[in-house]
Structure formats: structure tokens, C-alpha cells
Ligand binder design. Structure first.
Ligand SMILES: Cc1cc2nc3c(=O)[nH]c(=O)nc-3n(C[C@H](O)[C@H](O)[C@H](O)COP(=O)(O)OP(=O)(O)OC[C@H]3O[C@@H](n4cnc5c(N)ncnc54)[C@H](O)[C@@H]3O)c2cc1C
Ligand SMILES: NC(=O)c1ccc[n+]([C@@H]2O[C@H](COP(=O)([O-])OP(=O)(O)OC[C@H]3O[C@@H](n4cnc5c(N)ncnc54)[C@H](OP(=O)(O)O)[C@@H]3O)[C@@H](O)[C@H]2O)c1
Length: 534
């Protein structure tokens, strides 16, 4: 009798490589065929890596750099030896904020897979991220272009939903600005606006947890000063429009991109040229690099007058800004609200304006149309079971999506308990939506409202301090199956609140710190702990 023997299965691509099982099997087969292997001599890791380039090895699927509080240099260290697309991910700001239109992982995959050519979309990462991506991209071009890049999952395919007008930053739609109302009272150091849009004309809808993308326009005063420094005329034609329109609508006027310094280095000589060159390389010859917006560059190199066309080409496209939606489509169909903190600060003698926040605060009028889109939330939503209790922690503008959650739960008659932690600087002038929240408390919709005022007393008191005071009850809610949410500042607040949560779990859940850390990690994995931070 003939004995049938099954050929040994050849494993060239390790199971930990960043491919799906189907892709891995296909690649194994492809390489076996290509190399004529009989399966008796396994490839060394060096051979595998040589064939597949950096994409194959060194990726255990973990992303230890995925923490927005780690500086870029340390993130890149943590990613050393990893495949290029993973190092590209480490270059991102790690906020998964969606401003680029992806999360950090998908954006880097898209660049590595060459389906995304724009390297400057990570707004929180700013120039540091753009520079790092540029140098990694040069490596990508040098890497052998064979099986691996083709085999990497093509980054996020454009779905039919995102292709619809108003569903992505690449395809905005016009919505009508209705009104604005200042949320702070006299005496406040803050300027935060409640903003209303009417969506009935464009037909957009959204679910609570989503964000709203705004394409703002630059301040005309700034544009005109720049035109004067260029020594040009408003009406000079550039890209088929007037220079004034291009500078107002199409390009970013802050911060100055490296390409602008490069342009200036070609147009000047001597010490000025050296200065411009070193700024283009990310150096800081005069210690002012961080403050150089486009106008400050024109002032710094006052004898250089680039041609308007070359000047515009050296600038970056104007990017949209995202805001957490603070209303519920179920409660007020066709209406959308935002809660926007206004960015204004002074550098030297000049007042600087945040682009989109001041556009919403002062540069649009009721009835004006604005280019917008809804950015779908990924992993930030009300629990599917309306009976699930929720704990919401949102100081400052972090209250925005939680106002939306509460309005939505009211509109849909959701039975789950609701607990809001809100905090801000001062109780008498920074208690946003106080009438609404107090009414929700009286009606029973808001089961608990815990407040923390950081500047009422002599010592700072934050939401996490209030959480500690009520740690036992907070633990009881979690043990009963509550979801917990954080919204607001990514750099310090979100981490501090998470640390406090770990402490509360350890203390009242009778766990060691390590056990509490993994308990909180499990909450995240199960979607019971969600964050919308920026
Ligand atoms: C998912 C998401 C949701 C968000 N939700 C909200 C929200 O609900 N409400 C809200 O207000 N914001 C929210 N933001 C932030 C918002 O998108 C903008 O980043 C913010 O409004 C500032 O944008 P801007 O265009 O006004 O300012 P920009 O023109 O982007 O200027 C901001 C930049 O100015 C510089 N800067 C600011 N202050 C100073 C200072 N004192 N000194 C020196 N430099 C300074 C910093 O470089 C800063 O990055 C959210 C962000 C994301 C990603
Ligand atoms: N991109 C920008 O330029 C820009 C502009 C405005 C705001 N933001 C950011 O947007 C976010 C929201 O700003 P916001 O106006 O809503 O409010 P915010 O500035 O974050 O302040 C809200 C409250 O949080 C307190 N707070 C400060 N540090 C904290 C911490 N580590 N833990 C807990 N609470 C803390 C503040 O107290 P104290 O201030 O008294 O310490 C204040 O009471 C923040 O990230 C802020 O940095 C960014």
C-alpha cells in the first residue's frame, strides 16, 4: 500500500508578523514556491527579514509607545527595531483623536501602504511628527518594494459612508451657523462658547460621541498684514484666486513649515541663509523657533520678499479642527451644538489667535455657511444597553460629549443611572450649563453630580480629588457594571484621572496596584472605559 505523507507545513512568516492568517498562509505559499523550498530547511530570521524587509520581524503587535504623555524621542526609542510602519505609528501624537481622519495605527499603515501621501495631518504631533514621518518615509522609499508592502493590509478602505458629503475631512458639506453664547460669567479667566449649527439644510445626522470637523478661515487682519510684508497686492492672482482669498481660505498661517524656511534660504545669503537653513532642519539658532508663525518669519527675514506664488506653495494647507458634539440628534434633530474654548495668547507684542476657536467665537455671523463634516467616533459611545450605568468625567470643555450623552438618554428614555464629574476654575463663573445640569439632577436624570473647582480655594482641587472622596461609591458603580468615560485634556488630566481610578480600584476593590492596573486595562479592552481626549 502506498503511504501518503503530508508535506511538512513550512512556516516562513512567523505568526507574530503583522498579517492576517489568510495573508500569512498566502505569503508562506508564495515564498515557498518562489524559493523552491522543500520544507526541510527552515529560513533563519535574518533570511526572512531580508526578504520581507522590516515589515516582517520585530512586531509583537504591542505598541508600548501608544501613550500621549510620552515625548516623541522616547516613543521612537520604544519603537526601535520595529517595522517601519510601527515606527511611523510611534511618530504620531498617540491621541487617536481622529483629526487626521484615521487613528494613529491606521494613519501610519496608510502611509506605509502608500495609500496616504500627506505626512502633515497629525495636528497634535505638529512639526515634530511631520519631520519624523518625512525621514521615515525616505527609508520607505529605500526599502525593497516587493511582497511585503503589497501584503500589508491596505490602510482603511474608504467606506461608502465616509465618501458621502459631510462624512469625512476630504468631503465636507456646508452647514449653517446659528448662534453663539458665552458660557463663562464675569470674572472668569476663560472664554468658552456654546455654538449652535443648523443641519437641516445639509441633512447631516450624527450620534452622541461623534465629533464635528470645522474648516475655519484665517483672520483677515493677519492676512492683510502678511500681504503688506510681502509687498504684494491683494488682487495678485495665485492658483486661480486672489492672493487674499488663498491666504484666507486655503493655507495655514501658523506655525511656519520647514518648506517656508527652505524657500527663504534660497532667497537670501550669508548669515541669513544659514539661519533659514538651520530652521528648516528643525534647529533653533535664535531660541525663537517655537514662536515662528508665518508672519513672524516674514518679520524675522524682513529683507526677503518672496514671489506670492512661491510663498503660497511653501505653506501648508489649512487643516480642519475637531470639536466634540455637545447635543443629541435624538433630542433636537437637525441641530448641533459645540462647546468651544477660545485660544488667544500673546507672543512678544503680538496677539495670536487660535484659528478655529476664534473663527467660531468672532468671525462668523448667524446665517453664514461653514464647511463641516461629522467625524465618527471609534470607541466612544453610550453603552448599547440603556440600563447600563455611566460615570462621566469631563472638566472644562470635556463636558461637551457628556451633555450630549445626558440629552440623548433623556430623549430615548434610557433607564441607566448617570453620574457626572465636572470641574473648572471657579464655581461662580465657570459652571457651564449649570441650570440644565441642576434641572437634570432635580428630575432624577442625573443621578449624581460631583463638582471640583480648581481656583475657588487656596489649593488646587481637581475632578480626581473629588473622585477620591467618593471612591467607595465609585467602586460600587463599577462593580455593578457601570461604564466610565473621560473627556478633555490629553496631556495631564486624562492620565491623572486614570491613575486615580487605579488607586480607587486598588483601595476599594481590595486589589494590589498591579491587579488594579490590569482591572482598568480590562475595562478598556471590554469597551467599559472610554476616552475622548485632545
Ligand atoms: C476629538 C477632539 C475633540 C475636541 N473637542 C473640543 C471641544 O469640545 N472643545 C474645545 O474647545 N476644543 C476641542 N478640541 C480641540 C480643538 O480641536 C482645537 O485644537 C482647539 O480649539 C484649538 O484650535 P484653534 O484652531 O483655535 O487653535 P490653533 O490655531 O490650532 O492654535 C492652537 C495652538 O496654539 C498654540 N498655543 C495655544 N495656547 C498657547 C499659549 N498660551 N502659548 C503659546 N502657544 C499657545 C499651541 O501650539 C496650540 O497647539 C478637540 C480636539 C479633538 C481632537
Ligand atoms: N490647543 C490649544 O491651544 C488649547 C486651548 C485651550 C484648551 N486646550 C486644551 O483643551 C483642553 C480643554 O481645555 P478647557 O478650556 O476645556 O479646560 P482646561 O484648561 O483643561 O481646564 C479645565 C479644568 O481642569 C483643571 N485641570 C488642570 N490640570 C488638571 C489635571 N492635571 N487634572 C485635572 N484637572 C486639571 C483646570 O484647573 P487649573 O487650570 O486651575 O489648573 C480647570 O479647572 C485642555 O487640553 C487644554 O489644554 C488646548
Amino acid at each position: 500500500m502506498n503511504q501518503i505523507t503530508t508535506p511538512p507545513r513550512i512556516e516562513i512568516i512567523p505568526a507574530s508578523a503583522p498579517f492576517s492568517e489568510t495573508q500569512r498562509l498566502w505569503l508562506n505559499g508564495f515564498l515557498v514556491g518562489m524559493l523552491g523550498l522543500d520544507g526541510t530547511t527552515p529560513l533563519s530570521p535574518e533570511q526572512t527579514s531580508a526578504m520581507l524587509g522590516p515589515a516582517a520581524g520585530g512586531d509583537d503587535g504591542e505598541a508600548p509607545w501608544h501613550d500621549q504623555t510620552i515625548p516623541i524621542a522616547d516613543r521612537m526609542k520604544l519603537a526601535e527595531g520595529r517595522p517601519l510602519r510601527r515606527r511611523m505609528m510611534a511618530a504620531m501624537a498617540q491621541q487617536d483623536c481622529g483629526q487626521c481622519g484615521y487613528n494613529c495605527n491606521d494613519y501610519s499603515d496608510a502611509i506605509a501602504g502608500k495609500s496616504e501621501a500627506r505626512l502633515n495631518l497629525c495636528i497634535p504631533g505638529g512639526k515634530e511628527t511631520a519631520r519624523m514621518l518625512k525621514s521615515l518615509y525616505e527609508e520607505l522609499d529605500k526599502a525593497p518594494a516587493a511582497a511585503p508592502s503589497a501584503a500589508i493590509t491596505p490602510a482603511v478602505a474608504v467606506s461608502t459612508t465616509t465618501a458621502e458629503p459631510g462624512r469625512s475631512r476630504d468631503n465636507p458639506i456646508a452647514a449653517t451657523f446659528v448662534s453663539r453664547r458665552l458660557l463663562n460669567k464675569q470674572g472668569s479667566e476663560k472664554e468658552t462658547w456654546h455654538i449652535d449649527f443648523d443641519l437641516s439644510g445639509c441633512g447631516l445626522d450624527y450620534v452622541v460621541g461623534d465629533s464635528f470637523g470645522i474648516f475655519a478661515k484665517n483672520h483677515l487682519g493677519l492676512v492683510d498684514q502678511i500681504i503688506a510684508l510681502l509687498g504684494a497686492s491683494h488682487t495678485t492672482e495665485v492658483r486661480g484666486k486672489t492672493l487674499r482669498d488663498v491666504l484666507t481660505e486655503d493655507v495655514s498661517l501658523a506655525p511656519a513649515p520647514d518648506s517656508l524656511f527652505e524657500l527663504f534660504s534660497y532667497l537670501t545669503g550669508g548669515a541669513q541663509r544659514e539661519k533659514a537653513r538651520s530652521l528648516a532642519q528643525g534647529e533653533d539658532p535664535d531660541g525663537d523657533a517655537a514662536t515662528l508663525d508665518v508672519m513672524a518669519v516674514l518679520q524675522k527675514f524682513a529683507n526677503v520678499h518672496p514671489h506670492p506664488e512661491a510663498f503660497v506653495e511653501a505653506l501648508e494647507p489649512l487643516q480642519p479642527r475637531l470639536y466634540s458634539i455637545s447635543s443629541s440628534h435624538n433630542a433636537t434633530p437637525g441641530k448641533l451644538s459645540l462647546t468651544v474654548d477660545c485660544v488667544r495668547y500673546v507672543v512678544g507684542k503680538r496677539r495670536r489667535l487660535g484659528l478655529a476657536s476664534t473663527f467660531l467665537a468672532e468671525r462668523i455671523n448667524p446665517g453664514d455657511e461653514v464647511k463641516v463634516y461629522v467625524q465618527k467616533a471609534h470607541g466612544f459611545a453610550l453603552p448599547p444597553d440603556p440600563k447600563t450605568p455611566i460615570i462621566m468625567i469631563g472638566p472644562g470643555t470635556g463636558i461637551a460629549p457628556f451633555r450630549a450623552f445626558l440629552l440623548d438618554r433623556k430623549a430615548t428614555g434610557a433607564q441607566g443611572k448617570n453620574w457626572l464629574f465636572f470641574g473648572h476654575q471657579r464655581s461662580d463663573c465657570d459652571f457651564f450649563y449649570s441650570d440644565e445640569l441642576n434641572a437634570m439632577k432635580t428630575s432624577g436624570l442625573l443621578t449624581r453630580l460631583s463638582l471640583a473647582w480648581s481656583r475657588d480655594g487656596t489649593k488646587k482641587f481637581y475632578v480626581q480629588d473629588r473622585m477620591r472622596e467618593v471612591g467607595r461609591e465609585l467602586w460600587t458603580w463599577l462593580a455593578e457594571g457601570a461604564n466610565i468615560y473621560i473627556c478633555g485634556d490629553a496631556k495631564r488630566m486624562a492620565k491623572d484621572v486614570e491613575r486615580t481610578l487605579v488607586d480607587i480600584v486598588a483601595q476599594f476593590g481590595a486589589r494590589s496596584t498591579d491587579e488594579a492596573v490590569s482591572f482598568v486595562g480590562e475595562l478598556k479592552k471590554k469597551g467599559r472605559f472610554q476616552q475622548d481626549v485632545y
